[in-house]
Design a protein around this ligand. Sequence first.
Ligand SMILES: Cc1cc2nc3c(=O)[nH]c(=O)nc-3n(C[C@H](O)[C@H](O)[C@H](O)COP(=O)(O)O)c2cc1C
Length: 215
Amino acid sequence: MEFDLAQTDHLLLTTKQIRKRMDMSRAVPRETLLECIDIASRAPMGSNVERNKWLIVDDADLKMAIAELYRKNAEPYFAQSEDLPADDVSERVVSSARYLSDHMHEVPAMVIPLRLDRVEGWPSGDVSGWYGSVLPGVWSFQMALRSRGIGSCWTTLHLGSEAEVGQLLGIPDTVTQVAMLPVGYYTGDSFSVTKRRPAADITFINKWGDKASNA
Ligand SMILES: Cc1cc2nc3c(=O)[nH]c(=O)nc-3n(C[C@H](O)[C@H](O)[C@H](O)COP(=O)(O)O)c2cc1C
């Protein structure tokens, strides 16, 4: 089967982090989330060992409790960002992140990707293999959602209260929460491509420092 590059590149380039454009009033069916998790679970895993779990939270009281913990951790981040030199990009990110934080309890669902074990004190190669076995699936999950008109935002701020959230949701303390994705249908579909430095400027050929743009 030949891929339609225009379509696959569009998906890769425009799977954005959705905050202000999340439709808080439209529920996301659990079956759709499970379908996307099924796709995401095909992402690569070190030694092909399946030790990942997912937790969907759509109960209003639990969402409120998690949102409050999220906001507790987000506040110092927002306070700190007020001291940063303002540019267009950081202002937009902070304004959008603040919006999501303020509305976090309203999101249709929160999805927490989990992996068995804790990595404290592990050698960096093991940590890399461990995270590398769970995070590719999170991105696949975001793209599977996007293909269905559903947006999500990769967040980590609640992890400052990981233990409290774990207690609320009955997650054993031997399990790691790696992110928390608020999920909801997005409104409009005019997503711009994120501005980044060109590949030739960030890629070296054969030796550190020998930029592809100089080759
Ligand atoms: C590892 C990771 C952690 C992030 N944590 C948060 C977070 O806690 N809250 C938040 O609003 N956005 C968070 N983001 C989103 C980023 O702030 C940023 O908006 C995003 O990477 C740029 O997305 P864009 O492609 O939509 O421009 C996180 C992204 C990543 C990859």
